[in-house]
Write a protein that binds this ligand. Structure first.
Ligand SMILES: *[C@@H]1O[C@H](CO)[C@@H](O)[C@H](O)[C@H]1NC(C)=O
Ligand SMILES: *[C@@H]1O[C@H](CO)[C@@H](O)[C@H](O)[C@H]1NC(C)=O
Length: 257
């Protein structure tokens, strides 16, 4: 009896703490586990990483490119980004890539050598756009951080803690230096150029492009079920998440502004 109990205990311990769970030498957050061989081994997920890296490299070529031209405080943009774009990307990031361009209906003028920006929802929105622009330039965790900001009550106030949550090694000072300096100014000018180059020109925000193209139909489909749209547009073998082609995921329609 004692032996049997020991045996059961050992099986239980093994299933609880065995190969499935990261070992105690794993000191990286999950998003980083596959970033190197070392961390994959330390975290006990090498097999998973090799497989998912393989699938990814095969799927990357035909990825559906989703572009979002938006501004940080526009309610419709926040709704689309947090309720539709981010959850879809979490499920389908193997077959879709996302380009965020925070600028939207902002206006650009010059003052000496600097660009000056005016935003539809005021100075706070310009600040939000700038923080997000700088994040996109300095960390590959920008999308989760921007999602965190946009889903918070106060987009700007949340920024610092969202950075600490998703990218603890990134110092807030680096962001501030970019936000207040020439680098941010130049990067925002690039966003202005990208937004002005849209064809057809944008008439509202959020303005969505799919593989660089914007039509009313694509905008409507992306707003009502981006998940189905991306699955249907991806030409390669459908990933398991796409299932039988029926959208599992429907978000709320995002009003235009
Ligand atoms: C997965 O791919 C990334 C870049 O594509 C690479 O740096 C990393 O080492 C790969 N991870 C493993 C475990 O092979
Ligand atoms: C960041 O911005 C600099 C210009 O300030 C640019 O050269 C660089 O390519 C950008 N990096 C990324 C990842 O966007």
């Amino acid at each position: 009896m004692k032996v049997l109990l020991l045996l059961i205990g050992a099986v239980w311990l093994n299933s609880k703490y065995g190969s499935g769970a990261p070992s105690s030498s794993c000191t990286h957050p999950p998003a980083k586990w596959c970033s190197s061989m070392d961390s994959a081994i330390q975290c006990g997920v090498l097999k998973h990483c090799l497989e998912s890296n393989f699938t990814r490299s095969h799927q990357r070529e035909g990825q559906v490119q989703v572009g979002l031209y938006y501004e940080s405080l526009c309610p419709g943009c926040r709704l689309f980004l947090t309720q539709m774009l981010y959850p879809t990307w979490l499920l389908l990031n193997d077959i879709m890539s996302v380009t965020l361009v925070p600028y939207g209906n902002a206006q650009e003028t010059t003052e000496g050598k600097k660009y000056v920006f005016e935003c539809q929802h005021g100075e706070q929105e310009c600040l939000g756009n700038m923080i997000e622009t700088c994040l996109l330039n300095v960390t590959n965790m920008a999308f989760p951080i921007i999602y965190c900001m946009e889903s918070s009550t106060d987009v700007i106030k949340a920024a610092k803690s969202c950075v600490a949550l998703y990218s603890p090694e990134l110092s807030w000072k680096t962001i501030q230096t970019c936000v207040t300096g020439d680098q941010g100014n130049q990067l925002m000018h690039q966003n202005a150029l990208k937004t002005q180059a849209l064809n057809p020109p944008h008439k509202y925000v959020p303005w969505i492009t799919i593989n660089g193209e914007h039509t009313d139909e694509l905008q409507d489909k992306a707003s009502t079920s981006l998940f189905s749209l991306v699955c249907s547009m991806y030409k390669g073998p459908k990933p398991a998440a796409c299932g039988g082609g029926k959208g599992h995921f429907r978000g709320t329609y995002s009003p235009k502004e």
